[in-house]
Design a binder for this molecule. Structure first.
Ligand code: TXA
Ligand code: MG
Length: 320
């Protein structure tokens, strides 16, 4: 057990990481649970703290493209284009790993997932370290990802020594995961970088979202991102009729509804701003999960830009 501290002391975070301990770090997407990616004894602790099955590999974070080259064998041409354009940013690339990356990080797969996150505090921390950081989202396995230091504290208190507090995540949804096969660019997880933005640079992509355990992207299990409460996705005005109004909470895209306790309603973005909706999604699901209600009623948002990633998370939260 640890007496978990929260703060913005980079030297303290660095000292823990250098002694094979794990530290929660802020990123623009969600908070990560970080360990020295090249140290098996440190990476093991990440799996333990999260209760994460060992077949679900971790993303490796660093701050410079030169450093990426030290642990991947090569970047296909489209990977270079995307890295130059979008890093630091909410994009993860699957690249052939060098021997130096331990098998536990990739669950024995030949590719390693790599990302340069766009957060000033974490970029400073990474620049001070002589190793990259393996970091999954800092939530217990299967639960909604954290977008604030407080979310991490609520769930991992006592299990980790330090939470680096970098404020609220500005994107709010996990990175988009991209792989390469010959000349094909494949999206394995919809996320904070829109498919439209990626296609502008590399042309049409294939979207292969995984819905059950599989070797390419095991983290895409259907039950991922789920609150404890039942989540029902549909047309809110119709769903309201089917439940006792006392027992439901409403998470809508823009609208509020009459006849339902205002404290049991949240909107993702009253103005219909998709970036704002993404930023609020996970914090809203957490708040709803802690209300004295039985069912969270919600709806899909327009299916473009970050809306596609939001809809993916809402469907998974509902178990569909
Ligand atoms: O935005 C993000 O990506 C956040 C922040 C902390 O960077 N991280 C994150 O990590 O969402 P995590 O562990 O919750 O999701 C990573 C997923 C895995 O579940 C798996 O689907 C995929 O990335 N992945 C990681 N390494 C892989 C590999 N070598 N091959 C295929 N898929 C991989
Ligand atoms: Mg996760």
């Amino acid at each position: 057990m640890f007496n978990t501290e929260t703060g913005n002391d980079l030297l303290r975070a660095k000292a823990f990481l250098e002694s094979s301990e794990i530290v929660a770090i802020p990123t623009e997407t969600v908070y990560g649970l970080a360990a020295n990616a090249l140290d098996v004894s440190a990476v093991v602790k990440v799996f333990q703290a999260k209760n994460r099955p060992s077949f679900d590999p971790l993303i490796v974070h660093t701050d410079k493209l030169e450093k990426v080259r030290s642990f991947v064998q090569a970047l296909p041409p489209q990977a270079s284009v995307l890295a130059e354009a979008f890093w630091p940013g909410p994009l993860t690339l699957l690249l052939p790993k060098k021997e130096i990356v331990p098998d536990i990080v990739t669950s024995g797969l030949p590719n390693v997932a790599v990302r340069i996150p766009d957060h000033p505090l974490t970029l400073s921390l990474l620049s001070m370290l002589s190793f990259p950081l393996a970091a999954p989202s800092a939530n217990p396995f299967g639960y909604v990802s954290p977008t604030k230091a407080g979310h991490v504290m609520d769930q991992l208190q006592g299990k980790i020594p330090y939470i680096l507090d970098g404020g609220e995540s500005t994107v709010g949804i996990e990175s988009t995961i991209i792989g390469f096969s010959g000349t094909d660019v494949i999206v394995y997880r919809l996320g904070g970088m829109s498919v439209e933005a990626i296609e502008k640079l590399v042309g049409k992509v294939t979207i292969t979202l995984q819905s059950s355990s599989n070797p390419q992207a095991p983290g895409m299990l259907i039950s991922h991102y789920a609150p404890r409460k039942q989540v029902v996705v549909g047309k809110i005005s119709e769903l309201i009729q089917q439940y006792n109004s006392e027992e439901i909470g409403i998470l809508s895209f823009r609208e509020s509804y009459y006849g339902i306790n205002a404290e049991h309603q949240m909107t993702l973005s009253a103005t219909g701003d998709m970036e704002e909706a993404a930023r609020h999604l996970f914090a809203s699901l957490r708040k709803m999960d802690n209300l004295p209600i039985k069912v969270i009623i919600t709806e899909l948002v327009p299916d473009h830009g970050l809306g596609r990633a939001i809809n993916d998370r809402l469907r998974r939260a509902s178990g569909k």
